[in-house]
Design a protein around this ligand. Structure first.
Ligand SMILES: Cc1cc2nc3c(=O)[nH]c(=O)nc-3n(C[C@H](O)[C@H](O)[C@H](O)COP(=O)(O)O)c2cc1C
Length: 193
């Protein structure tokens, strides 16, 4: 059990690749913000394909764990590759699981920072538009700020780590905005209770 009072952030990488640059960006962010927040990555490897027939009790264990991790987090940081102009299927599948039960999703009302990372110079910006739209369908609170898109990512990696200073400055400012939205949301919840 942790006694930390730092906000708890859940990191979700849209790539299952062992050497994923998206996961590397989340890992670099976790290290960069360690003094102000805890950021833990939930691996999506074990989530089954969404099927309404199995979205019933008893749920697949990986689904229960994923929904619980989303529920326990104060905020979420998602980083996705762009696959054929959209977010990865792996990520869309995870968001479909997280979106249910209908009307009771743990993502609803939860602040979320979205990032896309791509080998191309465009940085996955088209996937990010789609990702934000999906999060809007779930009524998650997407952090409103200039989009965090990391292009030409392989030039920004060294020894498997994401090392680009300018990008990290921009991304950590995004985390500051996320923490601000978390504080605002929690203040409203406190006021209403
Ligand atoms: C099936 C597939 C489709 C892709 N489509 C796009 C695309 O539409 N736009 C883009 O910028 N990159 C595209 N890419 C390249 C990815 O951006 C690149 O592989 C990225 O590094 C994947 O993220 P990862 O390192 O976290 O696995 C595609 C890659 C794959 C495997």
């Amino acid at each position: 059990m942790t006694t930390s009072t730092k906000p708890r952030l859940l990191g979700i990488s849209g790539s299952l690749r062992k050497a994923s640059t998206n996961t590397a960006v989340l890992t670099a962010l976790a290290e960069a913000v360690v003094d102000t927040a805890s950021l833990e990555i939930f691996p999506l490897n074990n989530l089954p394909l969404y099927n309404q027939d199995i979205d019933v009790d008893p749920l697949p264990a990986a689904v229960t764990a994923f929904r619980a991790a989303v529920g326990a987090a104060d905020g979420v940081v998602i980083s996705s590759p762009e696959y054929n102009y959209g977010m990865s299927g792996v990520l869309k599948n995870a968001l479909d699981w997280a979106s249910r039960p209908y009307g009771k999703s743990n993502l609803t009302g939860k602040p979320v920072l979205t990032i896309t990372v791509s080998a191309a110079s465009t940085g996955g910006v088209r996937a990010q538009g789609q990702l934000n739209e999906t999060l809007t369908a779930i009524a998650a609170l997407v952090v409103l700020r200039p989009q965090s898109v990391i292009g030409s990512v392989f030039q920004k990696m060294k020894d498997g780590k994401f090392t680009d200073e300018a990008s990290m400055t921009f991304l950590t400012a995004g985390i500051d905005d996320l923490l601000r939205d978390i504080a605002k949301t929690q203040a409203v919840i406190k006021q209403e209770s």
